[in-house]
Ligand binder design. Structure first.
Ligand code: DC
Length: 676
């Protein structure tokens, strides 16, 4: 929905309700790859639909897997390759999906065939040398197409399973990204003609992600042996894929909701309040028993003051301590969710230190630098080191309205939406909000479904003007550009007039009260491009010239105008509203952020309407259209209540000689953006 350069969040004041979260990216992409490598079909339930999973699905299609996706049912069925290359060669584009790039590199190097793997510019800055080194130890043929140590990669022809050097342990570094080890673990069962040992060099980071890998391998019939550590527990240094290991499809597998995504809503529960006391946020799709490491975020959130209860597949969070309690934590086990702690730290009673997070530097962006920069913009004092970040919140009067740069990093965008709860009530702009599509395409819709703001804080942009001035078209485009709701108030009068005539009521003053009573309970719904009156699709019916004239008549009845006020006010919802009509700026939203009065000469407007009608195959004459239009203008601007006129503080745009795009640009240029 948000195909816009930025999203302005007004100050948010409350949070309460239930959110159902999308599937985990890490689980989704691992499961897709395992399903592709095994024989037979696997149905993946609750699959995440996001940029990264699309990258993986597209790659699997190109590699010759059967891929069927039922988006509505959030389900994909993958017909696996059964360990054989499905195609001799392919060029695969990996976007910025590390969870696709790394495991596919390992799988394709072992599968045989010739492949080229590339991605977006940032992907070409994300290291992969440690994985390539490990695969080369086995004898795999992999070349760097660009810079040594980074994608893009060319993976050479098959060297044959028999030529692979499986006897010596494969050594892989574990201290840069755990995805290298994951990639090897997922791919090596392809060639496990004998026991294959992997030795981790350096302290393994992000161990919980390795746990996910091991648990999913288990679901696909592969058990990995772990050498015990000094305390006799399964360790993290030496893993053995047993000879004869073979992927076996579980037939059907369910993807848990994303525990990292849950962190924003857990934080919301800890930060928000609702009118009658503490907030209560219920999260569905993931519970305390999750196999994802980031679920341990709940311990950190509890330490900061959140009250959290949960069961299988659900969590409930309310605010406990307030302000939140500053903490000093080792976050190595929750690398992604820990970013959320950095924003929670803005609401804490002192300085929060998050340690052991060096992996942040090699993620979608350098996340330590990104979090530090953006927290500073809001007024916080931040110290950053090679592997830590320290955040001291701003004093209440030192918060500053900020435009948050998001670095094409979904988590930066989601984290900083939480800054809109700031006590100074300054707005927060999120740049490039659609980057959340990487893991949570509907994040902002989910957020707006559970947070509230006082009506006065919700920005409104009004576009009033006479008929055929182009205001409706411009308003709809502007609404889309800002990611705001859209109110076509003329449609309300058109529908009321239609409903009156369907009920046999003439539009005359004698029927004023009866029509007003109807208007008060109109069963009207706006569905995408359709307007519904009860079960009837009235989209086209209300757009005729006659319907416009009747609307003008019905709108001159004061009781009818009054009856429609509440319905129009109800459109003022987060994140904002663009409203078009005759009295949006003067009567309905007098406190609007921006009021535009859009007009054009009667001749130009008649010509526009004429073209419109002719293109629809409806005959008309220019003169009669102009006469009708002037009659409507006269009635709309001379009626006793809410006559058509520019608000005193409106900006007037005469667009007689402007195209729609030029009018849109002019309106957006006036939009102040950050609302003060
Ligand atoms: O914008 P429109 O052509 O769909 O509006 C139809 C009629 O409804 C218009 O002639 C006057 C009336 N109207 C109004 O009185 N107040 C509004 N806010 C919107 C429309």
């Amino acid at each position: 929905m948000f195909d816009i350069p930025f999203l302005d969040l007004p100050a948010l004041s409350s949070a309460t309700g239930t959110v159902a979260l999308p599937g985990s990216k890490s689980i989704s992409n691992r499961v897709l790859l395992l399903a592709a490598l095994c024989e037979g079909s696997t149905t993946v339930q609750d699959l995440l639909d996001s940029d990264d999973t699309r990258v993986m699905l597209e790659a699997l299609r190109q590699l010759g897997c059967g891929v069927e996706v039922d988006e509505k049912a959030r389900r994909a069925t993958i017909k696996g390759l059964g360990g054989e290359p499905g195609t001799p060669s392919a060029k695969l584009f990996m976007g910025n999906a590390g969870t696709a790039m790394r495991p596919l590199t390992a799988a394709l190097a072992l599968l045989g065939g010739q492949y080229e793997l590339s991605g977006v510019a940032r992907m070409h800055e994300r290291p992969i040398g440690d994985l390539v080194d490990a695969l080369r130890q086995l004898g795999c043929d992999i070349e760097y197409v660009g810079n040594e140590g980074y994608p893009p990669l060319r993976i050479g022809g098959s060297i044959g399973t028999s030529a692979l050097k499986l006897d010596a342990p494969i050594r892989v570094r574990g201290d840069v990204s755990s995805q290298f080890l994951t990639a090897l673990l997922l791919a090596l069962p392809l060639v496990a003609s004998k026991d294959i040992v992997i030795e981790v060099v350096g302290e393994l980071i992000s161990k919980p992600y390795i746990s996910i890998t091991l648990q999913l391998l288990q679901r696909f019939g592969v058990t990995v042996k772990r050498d015990l550590d000094a305390s006799g527990q399964p360790g993290w240094q030496r893993f053995t894929i047993l000879a004869g290991s073979n992927y076996r499809t579980p037939g059907s597998i369910h993807v848990e909701a994303d525990a990292s995504s849950a962190s924003y809503f857990i934080a919301l529960g800890a930060i928000g309040t609702c009118r009658n006391g503490p907030s209560s946020i219920r999260i569905e799709g993931v519970g305390e028993d999750s196999i994802q490491g980031d679920i341990r975020f709940i311990d950190a959130a509890r330490q900061m003051g959140a009250q959290i209860t949960g069961g299988p597949n659900w969590l409930e969070v309310t605010r406990g301590s307030w302000p939140l309690k500053a903490v000093d934590l080792d976050c190595n086990h929750i690398p992604d969710a820990a970013m959320t702690l950095a924003v929670m730290a803005l609401y804490a009673d002192g300085t929060t230190t998050l340690r052991n997070i060096a992996s942040w530097r090699v993620k979608e962006t350098d996340r330590i630098a990104a979090m530090a920069n953006e927290c500073r913009k809001l007024g916080a004092t931040v110290v950053e080191g090679a592997d830590f970040i320290q955040v001291t919140p701003p004093a209440i009067d030192k918060w500053t309205a900020a435009s948050i740069h998001t670095y094409d990093d979904h988590r930066v965008a989601m984290c900083f939406s939480l800054a809109a709860f700031n006590p100074a009530k300054v707005p927060v702009r999120i740049e490039d909000p659609k980057c959340v599509a990487k893991t949570f395409p509907d994040y902002f819709e989910a957020l707006f479904s559970v947070v509230g703001a006082s009506k006065q804080q919700i920005p409104v942009l009004c576009i009033d003007g006479p008929t055929a001035s182009g205001k409706g078209t411009v308003a709809a485009v502007v609404a889309k550009a800002l990611g705001y709701h859209f109110l076509d108030s003329g449609a309300m009068y058109r529908i009321t007039a239609l409903a009156a005539s369907q009920a046999g009521l003439d539009i005359v003053p004698a029927n004023e009260q009866a029509i007003a009573a109807m208007a008060r309970t109109l069963p009207v719904r706006f569905e995408d491009t359709k307007v519904m009156l009860g079960l009837q699709d009235v989209t086209d019916m209300i757009r005729t010239e006659e319907a416009g004239m009747n609307a003008s008549k019905v709108s001159a009845l004061p009781a009818v105008r009054d009856a429609l006020v509440h319905l129009q006010h109800s459109f003022r919802a987060l994140p904002g509203l663009v409203a078009d009509g005759r009295d949006m700026g003067t009567v309905i939203f007098p406190d609007a952020t921006l009021k535009v009065f859009m007009t054009a000469s009667a001749q130009k407007r008649a010509e526009r309407r004429y073209k419109q009608l002719i293109s629809k195959g409806i005959s008309a004459t220019l003169d009669s259209l102009r006469a009708d239009l002037e009659a409507r203008d006269l009635r709309d601007s001379t009626r006793a209540v809410a006559p058509l006129k520019p608000a005193v503080d409106a900006k007037v745009l005469d667009n007689s000689d402007l195209s729609i795009e030029e009018s849109v640009k002019a309106v957006l240029n006036w939009w102040p953006g950050l609302v003060h």
